[in-house]
Design a protein around this ligand. Sequence first.
Ligand SMILES: Cc1cc2nc3c(=O)[nH]c(=O)nc-3n(C[C@H](O)[C@H](O)[C@H](O)COP(=O)(O)OP(=O)(O)OC[C@H]3O[C@@H](n4cnc5c(N)ncnc54)[C@H](O)[C@@H]3O)c2cc1C
Length: 512
Amino acid sequence: MSGPPSEILDKISRNYHLACMKRLTPANSIVSRNEIASWTRRDFVRSGIAAMGALALGGCGRTRALRSPLATGTAADLDNLARNIRGRFLRDGSPLYDEARKVWNLAYDRRPLAIARCADIDDVRHCVEFARRHSIPVAIRGGGHSYAGFGVADGGLQIDLGGFNAVRVDQHRRIASVGGGTKIRELLTATLSAGLYTPMGSCGAVGVAGLALAGGDTAARGLFGTACDNLIGAQLVTADSEVLELGPGRNEDLFWAIRGGGGNFGVVTRLDFQLHPVLTLHFANFEFGWNNIAGAMRGFGDLVRETPDAVRAGFFVNAETGATANCGFYGDAAAAAAYLAKWKSAFPSIEPRMGSSLPNAEGEVWATTSVAVDGAFLEGLDDGVVDVLARAAVTGRGVGEILMGLSNGVASRIAMKETAYPLRGTGLSCLLSAEWKRPEEGERAERWVAEHGVALRPWAHRAYVNYLAPSSADRIREIYGVNYPRLARIKARYDAANLFRSNQNVLPSDGS
Ligand SMILES: Cc1cc2nc3c(=O)[nH]c(=O)nc-3n(C[C@H](O)[C@H](O)[C@H](O)COP(=O)(O)OP(=O)(O)OC[C@H]3O[C@@H](n4cnc5c(N)ncnc54)[C@H](O)[C@@H]3O)c2cc1C
């Protein structure tokens, strides 16, 4: 059922040479290197984590084990955990430890206390229980493709869900159920062979949960909503090691929170997605190179202000080849041709490359790299933002890339408070990224992203959280906007000690 990758998917993926600005942040470097060593060499750890946990406990007692003022733990406790879980357990010094702690974005070189490759839900529960009792932060790893490196945390317990990759497709009910560590390629291989599809990102190696829990910058969202909108059920292990079923009528507050709120609320061990028919995408690619990028962006901005739901569109500036605008139309070839004629007449001097394609499970494969990123959700392309982006494009030649993907149709019309995902209304998910291969190139890449990210900030009150480096509490609060207070209350109820904080973190608050 799957065809060759569409050129639109190619272009999107080509622009995912991504990265992160800060290599170590407070959220991800919570325990010092010496303290890690103390687990393995001195049989004893005393970290400041529990003090933070105790502060966070405030009004909620769901994580009572953290009420003690300081965490203690012995290497024997760690041995116990290793014995209790069925999956593989790696510590600093284990032969596979260094390979296993590596994430896609090599800018994040972090050393977890231990890595548990969980084999089943009891393994996950044992890990969470251990982390809670000893006030050790948890890093959840699915596909390992977080730009912010959240799948690994210094001094944390890494819960690796790579083994949770079973996919079950119910063709009759049009539902796919996947394990919490499933990759996009594993999900789509199964659905496409049943003639079905659900909106996902374009790189097959990305984790389904990491993408969908944060919302998703996805194909076909104009017709079907984005990834979190198609999440119809889930299973989650809470900070109290409880296993909860989420969905309509089942733990609805958590179900609301995980649709956009990321990995803040627990370890999601299963996700159920609504499936849709596979549709052909008819597309036109307009390549502008380095000529009049501002003019091309303005033309693109006019075209995407209002679009039929069947439209998928993006604007990309590749560091080597310059700017491209893509428009695709799902479904009927004649309707697509009539619509694409409008784009052709908007760019009369460019002969577009036309074609059609079916969804492809593998998408693009991007080798691990070091990359800096920043993002913005742009409500339109006014002259001010076009100036900023065009300047970024020109100064970024050979260094940085710009990607803007249209969010329209069904994804844009869902009410802001219906799920935690805050990117409603028509807009463009914008990603600035700059990659480096040699350490000496890192500073230039980070500087380009930082400089143009700051220039973009007046238009970046909202952003796709998966397109950001680890971000401040204030930025995350601003991005979630009206949904933040409810997220913070749910966080306080289910994870008051903030065990799950290797993410774009929602701080627990009962609102008092
Ligand atoms: C090459 C590349 C291409 C990309 N393309 C797209 C795209 O087309 N569209 C798009 O929307 N995004 C895209 N992204 C961004 C991607 O969605 C995020 O980086 C996402 O976090 C990756 O998820 P992961 O499971 O692979 O990452 P990981 O590093 O394994 O996980 C990141 C974080 O997600 C959370 N998480 C993951 N799994 C679970 C779980 N089971 N339970 C609870 N929390 C969990 C945790 O907080 C975890 O720390 C791309 C990234 C890269 C590097």
